[in-house]
Design a binder for this molecule. Structure first.
Ligand SMILES: [Cu+2]
Length: 128
């Protein structure tokens, strides 16, 4: 069950949220937290990513329409997402706890500026 998308719907209610928190306790079998993301005018789906500090995060992202970008400035993470729909994989370690804004880094039209997401890195209990 590695391809479960724990944070798929932005309309998630309380029940779904409780379920998500359970999922959050299990990283993938290889210790990597993987998310499959679709970029589409003008949103990322899912758009919110929650990981634990110290985890390796793998984002596999593809576009459903035009060229997009996926960037987290504070973490020096940036990639282009081609319009062909070819998935792009990026991987980084969430060394710092906090909330980091995700932005589309390629101009993709009128709503480009609103094409954002959020990476939430929860602190490890022992690290504070
Ligand atoms: Cu854009």
């Amino acid at each position: 069950m590695l391809s479960v998308r724990p944070f798929s719907m932005r309309t998630a209610g309380a029940a779904t949220l409780a379920c998500c928190l359970l999922v959050l306790t299990e990283a993938g079998a290889d210790g990597v937290r993987e998310f499959n993301v679709v970029a589409k005018k003008y949103e990322f789906t899912p758009s919110r990513f929650e990981v634990m500090q110290g985890e390796t995060v793998r984002i596999v992202i593809k576009s459903a329409d035009s060229k997009h970008g996926f960037g987290i400035k504070e973490l020096d993470v940036k990639t282009e997402v081609p319009k062909t729909g070819e998935p792009v994989t990026l991987e980084f370690v969430a060394t710092e706890a906090g909330e980091f804004e995700i932005k589309c880094t390629k101009y993709c039209g009128k709503g480009h500026k609103t094409m954002t997401g959020l990476l939430v890195v929860r602190p490890n209990a022992g690290s504070q």
